[in-house]
Design a protein around this ligand. Structure first.
Ligand SMILES: [Fe+2]
Ligand SMILES: [Fe+2]
Length: 226
């Protein structure tokens, strides 16, 4: 496929997604989708996979979050597939690749560390998971997590509540983490060891170290030790 055709297709999808996500400010906004796309394409250059499928899936992966933030009730990626399909058809996305995009969207949150433990093995979904998780780490990850906490009236820290001991992670119950710092321990600090590709593992290292420094500094300041 020519670069211009691919760019036109992606522009149409981005345009449809942008209007859908207009007003969304809880960290799963159009900028998260665009950063995820850029991260996915960067990883794809090294690891392989279909760039068009990946870019489209990255732009559409969090349509389920929209419903979730509108209703306040957990909405699975699978439930967003009819809407994703409609956007792809309206953008005249190649029909032989639509199934692949839907697959990536459906399974992008089913990590090896998820409570239901399903793992995927196609390179596009593996890269999409990595890109999505990288955007939840580092300086951007910290910013997004506090934004999410603010949007859901979750306090920054609740030191009287013990930190989570669980090893697995469940998107549904994570909405109930008692504080933003609890969410760091429940999910964000585990992401480094959950990367699928060698490229993402390397990229995750610096972001992880930055988050660890941030958490240590936060706790020290909270206690008045700085
Ligand atoms: Fe998602
Ligand atoms: Fe996402």
């Amino acid at each position: 496929m020519k670069d211009t055709t691919m760019n036109d297709l992606l522009k149409r999808i981005e345009c449809a997604t942008r209007s859908l996500f207009d007003g969304e400010s809880s960290g799963h906004d159009i900028n998260h989708l665009k950063r995820t796309k850029n991260l996915a394409l960067h990883i794809q250059e090294i690891e392989g996979g279909d760039p068009l499928v990946l870019a489209a899936a990255a732009l559409l992966h969090d349509v389920h979050r929209l419903k979730q933030s509108q209703t306040g009730v957990f909405c699975s990626p699978e439930a967003s597939l009819p809407q994703v399909l409609m956007i792809l058809r309206e953008a005249q996305f190649p029909s032989d690749k639509i199934g692949k995009v839907l697959h990536c969207v459906q399974y992008h949150e089913e990590y090896s560390f998820s409570a239901n433990g399903r793992t995927v093995d196609d390179i596009e979904t593996l890269i999409l998971q990595d890109a999505d998780n990288l955007d939840a780490m580092g300086a951007i990850g910290i910013g997004r997590t506090f934004l999410f906490g603010g949007a859901h009236q979750v306090p920054m820290w609740a030191p009287e509540i013990p930190l989570p001991k669980r090893d697995t992670y469940d998107e549904e119950t994570s909405m109930q983490d008692p504080s933003v710092l609890h969410h760091f321990h429940a999910k964000l600090l585990k992401l480094k060891d959950s990367m699928n590709t060698a490229t993402a593992k390397q990229m995750a290292e610096q972001r992880h170290q930055f988050m660890e420094r941030f958490v240590a500094e936060f706790i020290a300041e909270w206690r008045g030790a700085r």
